[in-house]
Design a protein around this ligand. Structure first.
Ligand SMILES: NC(=O)c1ccc[n+]([C@@H]2O[C@H](COP(=O)([O-])OP(=O)(O)OC[C@H]3O[C@@H](n4cnc5c(N)ncnc54)[C@H](O)[C@@H]3O)[C@@H](O)[C@H]2O)c1
Ligand SMILES: N[C@H](C(=O)O)[C@H](O)COP(=O)(O)O
Length: 353
C-alpha cells in the first residue's frame, strides 16, 4: 500500500479560495465520459470535489445524465471564474460547442467535439484560468480520423506544454498501487530496443520530482521491474535485465534516488511486496497497467507527471459497449477529479506569495 498520497484526505487543508476551478474535457460523446462526469457532479458534495466545469457539450452531458436517471442542471458560463459560484447548483459548461450523440456509435462530429474540448481545457490550464485539466476518455482511433496526430492525450499535453514526449510521464495511481510504464503505446515487438539506461534514468528522475511536488513523497521508493521472466535469471532468459536495467538502477542509486530492482514483475504486486515501494517503474504498458486495473479499476487515476500543469484522467476508456446503459462506474472519474483538486491545491499553496 503506498504511503502518504493525495488521495488521503486526512488533514487536507481547505482549498484556497482563489484556487482556480478544474477544466474537464468531455471525451468522446458516444462513450461513457459524459455520463460519469454528470454522475461526479451529482456526487460532488459526497466526495468533497473541487469546483469544476465542462468544456463544451452541454446537450451531450444532459442526455448522457438522463440515460442514468439524472436530471442534470447545466449553466453556460462565459469564463472559468464564474464556475465556482455556479457549481453548487448546476454543472457549469464553458462554450456552446455541442453535438448529437448515439451511445456506443462514435463518429467524426463527436471526435471533433472531443478534440476541441481537450484543446481548450488544456489552454485554460496553461493560462492559469483552470487549476487543472481532467480529461474524459477518448477513442484514439476516432480522433486520428479528425487530425489528432499524437499516440494519446499524454503526448498531446506534452506538445501543448512544449515538452518532449518522454518528459510527460504517465502514472496510474490507485489506493493499492502506483505504476509507471517506461514504454507506453508501442508494439510489444519493439519494446526491448526501447528499454535503455538513459530512458530509465530520465523517467525515474521525473517520477521522483513529481511525487515530491504533487504527492507529498520527498523520497519516493521506486521499484524498477525487470523485462524478462524472473528478471532474466542471470542472463539465461534474456540479457536486458543484467546488462541495461541493473546498471541504470545502480547509477540512480549513486545519484541518491531510493530505487530497487530489477524486480521480477510476476511477484512485485503481491500485497506483501507492495508495502516496500511507493511506485513501480515497469518496462511496458501492460506490465504497468494490468496490476492496477486489476486491483483498483474503479478508483484508478491516470496522472501525467512532469507537466507544468496538473492533468488527470480516469484509468478507463470510452467503454462504448456500455455507454448510455447506466452500467458505467463513475468511481475512476471521481477519483481523477479528487486527485486533480488535491494536486492543484498543493501547487496553489506552494506558489510563493
Ligand atoms: N483515459 C483514456 O483516454 C483511455 C483509457 C483507456 C482506453 N482508452 C481508449 O478507449 C477505447 C476503448 O478501450 P478499451 O476497450 O481497451 O478500454 P475500456 O476501459 O474502454 O474498456 C475495458 C472494459 O472495461 C469496461 N469499463 C470501462 N470503463 C468502465 C466503467 N467506468 N465502469 C464499468 N465498466 C467499465 C468496458 O465496458 C470494457 O468491458 C480505445 O480507443 C482506447 O484507446 C482511453
Ligand atoms: N494508456 C492509458 C490506459 O490504458 O489507461 C490510456 O490509453 C490513456 O492514455 P492517454 O492518457 O495518453 O490518452
Amino acid at each position: 500500500m503506498p504511503s502518504s498520497s493525495t488521495t488521503e484526505a486526512q488533514g487536507a487543508a481547505p482549498l484556497p479560495v482563489n484556487a482556480a476551478p478544474l477544466a474537464v474535457s468531455i471525451g468522446d460523446p458516444a462513450g461513457i465520459a459524459p455520463e460519469v462526469i454528470a454522475q461526479a457532479w451529482a456526487e460532488r458534495e459526497a466526495h468533497a470535489l473541487a469546483p469544476f466545469f465542462a468544456v463544451g457539450g452541454a446537450g451531450v452531458l444532459v442526455r448522457a445524465a438522463a440515460s442514468r436517471g439524472i436530471e442534470l442542471p447545466v449553466v453556460q458560463i462565459s469564463s472559468p471564474a464564474e464556475a465556482r459560484e455556479a457549481f453548487a447548483s448546476a454543472l457549469p459548461v464553458l462554450g456552446e460547442e455541442d453535438c448529437t450523440q448515439t451511445f456506443g456509435e462514435p463518429d467524426a462530429q463527436g471526435a471533433r467535439l472531443a478534440l476541441h474540448s481537450l484543446t481548450r481545457a488544456t489552454r485554460l490550464a496553461l493560462s492559469g484560468e483552470a487549476g487543472a485539466v481532467v480529461t474524459g476518455p477518448i477513442a484514439k482511433a476516432r480522433l486520428a480520423e479528425v487530425g489528432f496526430t499524437q499516440p494519446g492525450q499524454t503526448e498531446f499535453l506534452a506538445d501543448a506544454c512544449e515538452l518532449a514526449h518522454d518528459d510527460a510521464v504517465m502514472m496510474l495511481a490507485g489506493p493499492s498501487l502506483r505504476t509507471v510504464p517506461l514504454t507506453v503505446h508501442e508494439p510489444l515487438a519493439v519494446v526491448p530496443g526501447l528499454v535503455t539506461g538513459a530512458l530509465i534514468e530520465h523517467k525515474a528522475h521525473v517520477i521522483a520530482r513529481a511525487l515530491a511536488r504533487d504527492f507529498g513523497l520527498p523520497e519516493a521508493r521506486i521499484a524498477i521491474t525487470g523485462l524478462n521472466p524472473h528478471s532474466g535469471e542471470d542472463g539465461r532468459m534474456g540479457s536486458e535485465d543484467r546488462d541495461v536495467i541493473a546498471p541504470a538502477i545502480a547509477r540512480l542509486a549513486a545519484q541518491g534516488l531510493a530505487v530497487t530492482g530489477p524486480h521480477p514483475a510476476d511477484a512485485l504486486f503481491a500485497a506483501h511486496e507492495r508495502t516496500k515501494f511507493d511506485v513501480a517503474l515497469c518496462m511496458y504498458h501492460d506490465q504497468a497497467l494490468i496490476p492496477i486495473k486489476t486491483l483498483d479499476f474503479d478508483q484508478g487515476v491516470n496522472v501525467t507527471l512532469g507537466l507544468p500543469i496538473v492533468r488527470t484522467s480516469p484509468d478507463h476508456g470510452t467503454a462504448f459497449a456500455i455507454a448510455g446503459k447506466g452500467l458505467a462506474s463513475a468511481g475512476a472519474m471521481i477519483a481523477a477529479l479528487r486527485m486533480a483538486g488535491e494536486c492543484a491545491q498543493r501547487r496553489a499553496m506552494s506558489v510563493p506569495a
